[in-house]
Design a protein around this ligand. Structure first.
Ligand code: ADP
Ligand code: MG
Length: 255
């Protein structure tokens, strides 16, 4: 059965989207069949995987409001074995449109449960807030992967995120677990990155991935070419980082 991982952290700019794109692509490169769900109205995961987000007729928004079927909105990406359920700015109004709808926390789950067997991994990129869309991702997911940027305020907001995950577990999805924490934008030239890693390790009980994603300009460039890092620059340090992470994620599932 496919494993469903939501990439979440309500802080913006910590590397959620970069992780969703490149973890998905590296899982596919390692022989996994992957579906990436973009549930952020910014649609950057969709465009980063080579999809022209503004020309789409059907996206996760149309799916969630019931105006299209799953098979109408899942499309191939630039990578073999990697499919995308895309989003774009249409999704920005969903929060309000879903007010008063029954079981609005489970809309995505109801659809994804029907197809999860078709994939080895389903990766969901969340928006930078703890809203209905993020809750939909957390009810659909088996685990939450939390990217932490190696900067001074790294731990800020983490208590709130873990509280939200615990609430979702208590009330909506009893099986939800924390997949683990992954450090992003690690800069080996500064003491700060090292200190942040040490500090988080001391303060967090959760699983921490051994793979650390370096700060690498190629990772920042790749989305403007519509390619994940393993295609845009397969030999870069960023590609190595996400390949290691993908390997570790696969191993964790087996172990
Ligand atoms: P989020 O989805 O959490 O808001 P993003 O993945 O969009 O964060 O990353 C924020 C910015 O940082 C983007 O411009 C992205 O290209 C850049 N970025 C992310 N990870 C790295 C990295 N490891 N090295 C260099 N730049 C990165
Ligand atoms: Mg993002």
């Amino acid at each position: 059965m496919g494993r469903i991982i939501a990439v979440a952290n309500q802080k913006g700019g910590v590397g959620k989207t970069t992780t969703a794109i490149n973890l998905s692509a590296c899982l596919a490169e390692q022989g996994m069949k992957v579906l990436t769900i973009d549930i952020d109205p910014q649609g950057n995961t969709s465009s980063g995987l080579g999809i022209d987000k503004n020309s789409l007729e059907n996206t996760v928004y149309e799916l969630m409001i019931g105006s299209c079927e799953l098979e109408d909105c899942i499309i191939p990406s630039v990578c073999e074995d990697l499919y995308v359920l895309p989003s774009n700015v249409n999704l920005a109004g969903a929060e309000i449109e879903l007010i008063g709808i029954n079981d609005k926390e489970y809309i995505l789950k109801t659809y994804i449960d029907k197809i999860r067997d078709k994939y080895d991994f389903i990766i969901i990129d969340c928006p930078p807030s703890l809203n209905t869309l993020t809750v939909n991702a957390m009810t659909t997911a088996d685990t939450v992967l939390v990217p932490i940027q190696c900067e001074y305020y790294a731990l800020e907001g983490l208590t709130q995120l873990i509280h939200t995950i615990n609430l979702v577990r208590e009330r909506l999805n009893p099986d939800l677990e924390i997949e683990g924490v992954v450090f992003t934008m690690y800069d080996a030239r500064t003491n700060l990155s090292l200190q942040v890693v040490e500090n988080v390790k001391e303060n967090l009980k959760q699983n921490i991935y051994k793979s650390i994603i370096p700060r690498n300009v190629r990772l920042a460039e790749a989305p403007s070419h519509g390619k994940p890092i393993n295609i845009y620059d397969p030999k870069s340090a960023g590609a190595d980082g996400y390949r290691d992470l993908a390997r570790e994620v696969i191993e964790r599932g087996e172990g």
